[in-house]
Ligand binder design. Structure first.
Ligand code: NAG
Ligand code: NAG
Ligand code: NAG
Ligand code: NAG
Length: 539
């Protein structure tokens, strides 16, 4: 085996001198292992704060930037990302028959910490929901309904307006469909004095009966009675571990009229928060253990959800709560974080991760309208900044290329013996087809000298021997070539200037520019990955 040759060579002091390259042996199963998980074409989806939904969708015509940004992802997986609209502002939304799209929107005063605050109230009408027609054909949506107000009439009004909008000729013709309705956003926070939507001691028992008192009339009004679709409810939507899916299952929520229509359990996760500012440190996000630590907290709820035969998702997530942190959420390092976080989620049984987006949020993948104030400190932008993508968008390109467009790919994580290099393999028809490696060792603008790399050597495992030891075949792919696409980042703390397979996507129509760079990799020679870089290899 090459590894033992290398150990021997090293012992004899004749290992070729690779000062900045450390070598890693990675074993890839040739056949999909029993513990592989299906990769949903909508694994990488989006959640949109509903106060600025008309900006995202477009009002009199579609927002071309949003449309193109989503279509680029659709081209890779065959399915546009799912779009959830709701979040905090859904719990502050009132429906009125006298409003066409949106009225009476009240926004707190922007400041340096929060240049683009969320609306504290808004009133919407039927046409607000009809803007759904402006998304790419095939998009499936999740819409939020107000539980915060504790007014069943308003919740029913909202749900009926949503369902009616999807029944109109315009939305039907657009090919955009309604998948789920979510009653209440982050209800485990309602009892916090800053939210104040429920009394301080509001328990999970009280939540369950309160939810049923609003959600039961909602499902009756829109005529849904089972969790097999086409439209179902999305349950939980908890912010943290304040209440858990396991607790609400134990309290019998699934036995209620509305609970019986829950197909999907959602929880939310941000790895940190910037609600009161602070310096969080970019490097803490370039860390395999931190990514796993932020997701493993859900393992028991994922298992409990699957036991009930339901789908588990992260219905709202991103790097840093309260719209992101400067120097973290808007940086190139986030492209790597998005790859590792999203694929790690998939290996843990999370079917979809909805990355939260607003207008002018620091963690947006997509800034779909012209911004007049800096997302970082609210200083005026002169000239204004036209619609653009942020580095995280490239992470989505890599994830969706890895998923591919067969709809049947499955994933496992590969064991990579390095604290900050992760690897994943994809299988189609039971056979290994792609691998992605993410080197999260930081390479910052302040670094100089030779940029470090790791070298990956791949061993293919055909199965297990009678004694349980892996059967490796290092010769199977000997002399064969694979194709590599590289996500190139100048520095982890840059906010632009990335390339994916040699091409930049940072232009007004988000089209790849520059020559496509597909590297031929000699399988037996392995490949080098620089610090702060990702590589996708297709076999
Ligand atoms: C509940 O909402 C309806 C419809 O918006 C409104 O007419 C009614 O006054 C509300 N009830 C309360 C108690 O606020
Ligand atoms: C979540 O991620 C952040 C940032 O990477 C890290 O600081 C934090 O320790 C992680 N949390 C857990 C529970 O691992
Ligand atoms: C920036 O200003 C332009 C021109 O007034 C306006 O159309 C646009 O909506 C503004 N952007 C935001 C995010 O408010
Ligand atoms: C972008 O990267 C290239 C090298 O690939 C460099 O020459 C250029 O200065 C960078 N531009 C910015 C804006 O950082």
């Amino acid at each position: 085996m090459r590894s033992s040759t290398r150990v021997l060579a090293a012992a004899l002091g004749i290992e070729c001198v690779r000062t900045f390259v450390s070598a890693l042996d990675v074993t890839v199963p040739f056949f999909a292992p029993y513990n592989s998980n299906l990769l949903s074409p909508t694994l990488l989806s989006f959640s949109i704060e509903q106060d600025r939904w008309p900006d995202w969708a477009g009002v009199s015509e579609r927002n071309e930037f949003t449309y193109k940004a989503l279509q680029n992802y659709q081209a890779l997986t065959g399915q546009p990302p799912n779009i959830r609209v709701g979040a905090d502002s859904a719990d502050h939304t009132i429906w009125s028959p006298d409003v066409s799209i949106v009225a009476d929107e009240v926004f707190p005063t922007p400041d340096a910490l929060t240049p683009y605050p969320e609306a504290s109230t808004l009133t919407v009408g039927n046409d607000y929901y009809m803007l759904s027609q402006f998304l790419p054909s095939g998009t499936r949506m999740i819409w939020g309904v107000n539980l915060g107000l504790d007014n069943a009439t308003n919740a029913v009004n909202m749900a009926k307006a949503i369902v009616d909008a999807f029944g109109t000729q315009e939305v039907q013709n657009s090919g955009v469909s309604l998948l789920r309705i979510e009653v209440g956003n982050e209800p485990d926070l309602y009892r916090n004095p800053t939210h104040g939507l429920r009394p301080k001691g509001w328990t999970v028992q009280e939540y369950v009966s309160d939810w049923e008192s609003i959600a039961d009339p909602v499902v009756e009004a829109i005529g849904i009675s089972s969790n097999s679709g086409p439209v179902t409810l999305q349950g939980a939507a908890f912010s943290g571990q304040g209440y858990t899916p396991r607790e609400i299952f134990a309290l019998g929520i699934l036995g209620s009229e509305a609970g019986a229509t829950i197909s999907t359990i959602s929880q939310h996760r941000y790895s940190a928060n910037f609600c009161n500012g602070g310096d969080l440190g970019l490097i803490s996000f370039m860390n395999k253990a931190a990514v796993r630590g932020n997701l493993s907290i859900f393992d028991a709820d994922i298992a409990a959800t699957h036991e009930q035969g339901l789908v588990y998702i992260l219905g709202e997530t991103n790097s840093v709560a309260c719209h992101g942190a400067p120097g973290i959420s808007n940086t190139a390092a986030m492209a790597l974080w998005v790859i590792d976080y999203t694929l790690q989620a998939a290996t843990r049984g999370i079917s979809e991760a909805y990355f939260h987006q607003g207008i002018g949020y620091k963690y947006n993948f997509i800034q779909p309208v012209t911004l007049n104030f800096s997302t970082i400190d609210n200083s005026p932008l002169d000239p204004p900044e036209p619609p653009h993508i942020q580095p995280a968008y490239y992470g989505g390109l890599v994830v969706d290329t890895f998923i591919g467009d067969t709809g049947s790919a499955a994933i496992i994580e590969l064991s990579v013996d390095d604290d900050d290099v992760s690897g994943y393999a994809a299988f189609e028809n039971g056979l290994f087809v792609r691998a992605v490696f993410v080197n999260m060792h930081p390479w910052l603008a302040s670094d100089s000298g030779t940029r470090p790399s790791v070298h990956i050597d791949l061993d293919v495992m055909l199965g297990f021997g009678e004694d349980g030891s892996p059967l490796l075949d290092v010769d199977l792919f000997m002399g064969q070539t694979a194709t590599a696409r590289r996500l190139v980042i100048q520095h982890a703390d840059d906010v632009s200037n990335l390339t994916w397979a040699g091409q930049s996507w940072e232009n007004s129509d988000i089209s790849p520019t520059g020559g496509l760079d597909l590297e031929m990799v000699d399988f037996s020679a392995g490949l080098d990955i620089r610090a702060t870089e990702a590589v996708l290899v297709t076999f």
